[in-house]
Design a protein around this ligand. Structure first.
Ligand code: SF4
Length: 235
């Protein structure tokens, strides 16, 4: 249909996601533990997602546990104040900026729930499109796709898309993948990216979806050559 380069993978996306999920679960992907630890409330999911940018899930989870021991609501977080919150979040990437954003977001959330629509979420300080989509999918079960570095990388390596920017990846995946798979796609691609399709050294030799993956740009360590280059395949 022209939108997808690797049409075979797009057609079998349900199978691919199931295989990714099984392998990443077996390997104890951190994102599944994070999901279990944050599923009680939309506020917890929002806070975790805001804090997790450029930080390992394990580190974010520890900070989240410390935070929720002290405060479980926007009002409670505000009552902590900047200094104490910084101390709690110390260790996660950009903790000072995230402290400020979280306090501003809590000010905006005071007395109302976490918004369940994209526009409302994007109005919150520190919440971009990726975070908003992840919250919509995980907290409210909506058909939304948050594209982070893992989703963007794996989608390009497999040949599902050929894109430079996450926004393009989101647009194309949303167009070619059935809605029923979109809600969990972020979680399972992230889990797979944490355990098998690693950023620097993807474990292609043991990969359960290798027969459908084009390995675009992946260096073959024995030969020292990149895998199939984007543009080598017909649409
Ligand atoms: S075959 Fe390699 S590049 Fe493709 S999804 Fe598996 S680990 Fe990633």
């Amino acid at each position: 249909m022209g939108l997808t380069r690797n049409d075979a993978a797009a057609r079998r996306i349900g199978w691919i996601i199931r295989r990714m999920h099984a392998e990443a679960s077996r390997r104890g992907a951190a994102v599944y533990r994070a999901e279990n630890a944050t599923k009680e409330t939309p506020f917890k999911i929002l806070v975790f997602t805001m804090l997790s940018a450029r930080t390992k899930d394990e580190t974010t989870l520890k900070a989240l546990v410390r935070l929720f021991q002290e405060a479980k609501t926007p009002e409670g977080v505000l009552a902590l104040g900047n200094k104490k919150l910084e101390k709690i979040l110390f260790g996660i990437g950009f903790y000072r900026v995230k402290t400020r954003n979280l306090l501003k977001a809590c000010q905006s959330l005071k007395g109302r729930g976490v918004p369940d629509d994209l526009e409302g979420l994007l109005e919150l300080p520190g919440v971009g499109r990726k975070t908003a989509n992840i919250v919509l999918a995980r907290a409210f079960g909506k058909t939304a796709l948050g594209v982070d570095v893992h989703v963007h990388r794996i989608s390009n390596r497999t040949g599902l898309v050929k894109t430079k920017k996450p926004e393009e990846t989101e647009r194309i995946l949303t167009a070619i993948i059935p809605a029923r798979h979109l809600r969990t796609l972020n979680r399972d691609f992230v889990a797979f990216g944490q355990t098998v399709c690693l950023p620097r050294r993807p474990m292609c030799g043991i990969c359960p979806i290798r027969n459908l993956c084009w390995r675009v740009g992946v260096v073959d360590e024995k030969k020292g050559n990149p895998g199939k280059k984007s543009g080598n395949r017909k649409k």
